[in-house]
Design a protein around this ligand. Sequence first.
Ligand SMILES: C[S@@+](CC[C@H](N)C(=O)[O-])C[C@H]1O[C@@H](n2cnc3c(N)ncnc32)[C@H](O)[C@@H]1O
Length: 351
Amino acid sequence: MNTNKNIFQSKKENKNILNKIFENSSEISHSSFINFALYDNDFGFYSNKKRMLLADFITSPLTHKSFGLMIAKQIVQVWNYYKNPKYFSIIELGGSSGKLKKEIIAYLKKHNKKIYRSLVYLNIEEANNDSLLDVNFNSKYGCIISNEFFDALPFDRFQKNNKGLKEIFIKKDSDNNLVEVLKDSDKINIFSADFIEKIPENSRIEITNNLKEICNKISSLLDHCVMLTIDYGFEDLNELLINNPYGRIRCFSGHNMDKDILSNIGNKDITCDVNFNFLNHYLEDSGFKKLGFCLQDKFLKNMGISNYFNSIKNPIEKQQIVSLMNPNGLGGFKVYFHQLSSDGFWPQGLN
Ligand SMILES: C[S@@+](CC[C@H](N)C(=O)[O-])C[C@H]1O[C@@H](n2cnc3c(N)ncnc32)[C@H](O)[C@@H]1O
């Protein structure tokens, strides 16, 4: 066992939070810690109903309604591809307070009454106590959509040391200090020897906990579907496995960013770049086929956002749409398409 004092040691954390997190053990995995910090009913960042997400960070649905309108247009193409089924489900993962849902439904109601009447819309949102793995739903045709869902899932952390990979656990000592502990762990079996070799010495990487179970669950919700995933992250190993002593973790609070998950627990979002390499792998294992991906600015252009932009007169709204397209911000997010059962669909958003 190798014990490291954390450079981000926290001394003044709320004792109640620490007591709850470490109630059953003085040492826990990062995913368990993050699960408490984000989703605990009493202390979790996302469970705090008084908190407006806008106070800490901004996402595309909250930036401007055109984001939802472009996704709605994409969904209509999927509905047509499945030959206008009588019942069509849109399943949104982690849709928060339902902003995207509202825009999509408003668009469909106005522009396509037939799909609107066929619609079942499910917003699966942990903060509303409907965690994805517990959802019991199945339907024949539909779309699965998510914006910044996968980056919000609790993840474990690993560090490469002396050519081997160890899991990083968090330990509370007798003075309530939090320290990191590197240990051997079974979870390392998910990495191939080749993958471990490519990780630079002393670098850290993060892997979503339960990703396999999550992908299996997603594939059980619909018999035929197109999945649209929008998030930040990388597929290319050259970008994922760079020399990175702190890994790809980020915390957001009041629009400030830091990398210290052990302080201010419950008051900041904890996230990391999505490892699309692993996500694609587990989605493919559960029956999905990857159709492709592009950046958000390209997706929005392909869906016709330029015409929409030209029709808008309000300069503030114009600026909001520009933010959705900014290649150094939201416009640089990845838009992935996967399809479950049946071939031959090519999304307009990837054209
Ligand atoms: C970064 S926020 C994005 C919210 C929204 N999609 C947006 O773009 O504004 C991530 C959301 O995923 C939800 N979430 C995380 N894990 C979940 C799970 N297992 N099941 C359902 N929702 C989850 C969180 O509660 C949170 O609302």
